[in-house]
Design a binder for this molecule. Structure first.
Ligand code: NAP
Length: 245
């Protein structure tokens, strides 16, 4: 049985990824930051429905000490880690000139620093020793093309793309694959700051004239982490209805 850690598994995309991996027989460590109740409830559902080992593991991914404690807990509960999905993230809409340095640091430390913290621990504790493993990073189409009023978000997500490509080259010989998904507009809590008109506009700008569902990302994640993708590394997959081509 393979084990996956999904950061931000208490959120919209992360919880769909957790369900999809449990459906595919993985044991699942569900990371949360504030929403412990949601992660614990989902872990219980995965255990009961799919008969897998599943547990909620808390940590603010931007805090290295907390991340290290979370990995200690994963070690106790699962004993190994085959797949890491760096999905935890925050978003904020603001003019560049209004972003405070605290907001800038929080965005970078969570959306990019969190990937650094979790990936380093996963590599050092398990994947390099096992000479195998898969890392999947969830960036954003705005990391590919930049979003007005989301410069700090776009910067962090572009960093995730760079990290993916560089790390894939570094750890390929160690049998470890590193890939990245750039979601388009996916209807989760992250979109709740957008009103109905803004969402309708985004839909109209999407060539398939559809809004994405968390399951669209989860299905691609399962594929990229599976043996069927064994020759794929360092790649950036847009799952965006054609919004960015
Ligand atoms: P969401 O529903 O708001 O979920 C965000 C998740 O991230 C929650 O589980 C949250 O945990 C977790 N999180 C936030 N800060 C954290 C921290 N410091 N440490 C650990 N966990 C933290 O958003 P989503 O739409 O599912 O987003 C998931 C990922 O997809 C993000 O990286 C986002 O940037 C990316 N994405 C989303 C869209 C979209 O349209 N929705 C598009 C492109 C990319 P708690 O709730 O427990 O605090």
């Amino acid at each position: 049985m393979k084990t996956v850690l999904i950061t931000g598994a208490s959120g919209g995309i992360g919880s769909a990824i957790a369900v999809a991996f449990a459906q595919n027989g993985y044991d699942v460590a569900l990371n949360y930051n504030k929403n412990e109740a949601k992660a614990k409830k989902l872990a219980g559902i995965l255990r009961e429905t799919y008969g897998v080992n599943a547990a909620a593991v808390g940590a603010d991914v931007s805090d290295r000490t907390a991340v290290n404690s979370m990995f200690d807990e994963i070690d106790r509960l699962f004993g190994n880690l085959d797949v890491l999905i760096n999905n935890a993230g925050i978003a904020q809409q603001k003019l560049f000139t209004d972003i405070s340095s605290d907001e800038w640091c929080s965005m970078l430390n969570t959306n990019l620093g969190g990937v650094f913290n979790c990936t380093q621990e996963a590599l050092k504790r398990y994947m390099l020793k096992n000479h195998s493993g898969v890392i999947l990073n969830i960036s954003s189409m705005w990391g590919q093309v930049g979003a007005s009023c989301e410069v700090h978000y776009s910067t962090a997500k572009a960093g995730v793309i760079g990290l993916t490509k560089a790390l894939a080259k570094e750890v390929g010989l160690s049998g470890i694959r590193v890939n990245c998904i750039c979601p388009g507009v996916i209807m989760t809590d992250m979109m709740k700051e957008f009103d109905e008109n803004a969402v309708a506009e985004l839909k109209k700008e999407t060539p398939l004239n559809l809004l994405g569902a968390p399951e669209d990302i989860a299905d691609s994640a399962v594929f990229l982490c599976s043996e069927k993708a064994k020759f794929i590394t360092g790649q950036i997959l847009g799952v965006n209805g054609g919004f960015v081509i």
